[in-house]
Design a binder for this molecule. Sequence first.
Ligand code: AMP
Ligand code: MG
Length: 404
Amino acid sequence: MLSVSEARERILSHFQATATETVSLIASSDRVLGLDISAAHDLPLFDNSSMDGFAILAEDTSASSLTLNVVADIPAGAAPNVTLTSGQAARIMTGAQMPQGANAVIPVEDTDFNERVAGTAAPKTVSFQRKVNAGENVRPRGTDLHAGDIVLHKGRVLKPQDLGLLAMLGVATVQVFKKPRVALLSSGSELIAVDQPLEAGKIHDSNSYMIATLIESAGAEVVRLGVAKDDRESVTALFEKAAAEKVDLIVSSAGVSVGAFDYVKEVIEAQGKMDFWKVNMRPGKPLAFGEYRGVPFIGLPGNPVSAFAGFEVFVRDVLYKLGGRSDGSRLKIKVRCAEEIESDGRESYLRASLHEQDGIQFASLTGHQGSGNLLSLVQADALLIIPAGVKCVPAGQEVEALLI
Ligand code: AMP
Ligand code: MG
């Protein structure tokens, strides 16, 4: 039996990042940056005022009363065309470029002209009585970053604030990794579409909904191919469709156990190759990995919770790697078991809810851990990882938890 980490390494070594493409800035949200971004210019780009007020020479000021001649009016967006000298001031708005010669701004509220109604003309003179320090209320050029600084790294999933920064730097189009494309199919003659009435012995196909959205949550596009019946023709037809879609990966659920009606292995081997592994893991021991007509294939178990765990442990990181993402997979944190937990010695992923007490996260199992019991997965905040070889974790002991 393979260990979880051996199986992961074997799978991951087959994949590399997709090519990149260029998209508009607004379309780059949540996409993975395809190259390092360095700043084309300083930010702020010019010395500017952080207040509505008057640009002045700090050297003119003292604790006693001072009146200055207002020689210019500088709204935001204007290019100031004056050079202030001693005794002069310019009305200036927040974000407007500082005039030459000025090195500080006195806010309007500290002057005799506390007037901000739109359309009010600048006064001829302005008076105040306080010392102003050089640099006060001025945002100097380059305080945030300098031209040439690397501000975002390749492999980062772009967030809203990243788009804001890119816009500040005049980046209108962004090179991102192409989204990996994944064909998804379910297999099993018992499976009925969710909008069809159930019949004796049948169940709704739930895996395709869960796995499709898991694939999307990992930044990939999913091509849903539906359900193959448990016969050679039906399974072959769906794998042929998958290959024709020129996807980066085929993911299937079920049909890879050793049941008398499990045709997936046979169909794959007719046009490719397949390793069928037993991974020392619970849930989700059976895992298939191979290729069909040159397209990599991962076969997840059919039981819904096993399929979920198999996705999180094996498929998510494949999709991150294909998609060029540099961040790790789901967050793992340390939690304390609220109760004694038994395990069977396999590396186990147990459904647990978390609750905080005195700043410590405690984990309790969410009911029975059968691999078909999806409700206990729905109720879980995390999968507790009980390492291989451990059969009992006493209450209060720390374990790792994969946040879901
Ligand atoms: P198998 O791997 O085909 O032996 O399936 C294992 C278990 O998972 C059986 O109980 C199946 O009915 C169930 N199962 C298989 N595929 C799905 C699916 N798409 N949705 C829900 N349950 C499934
Ligand atoms: Mg089956």
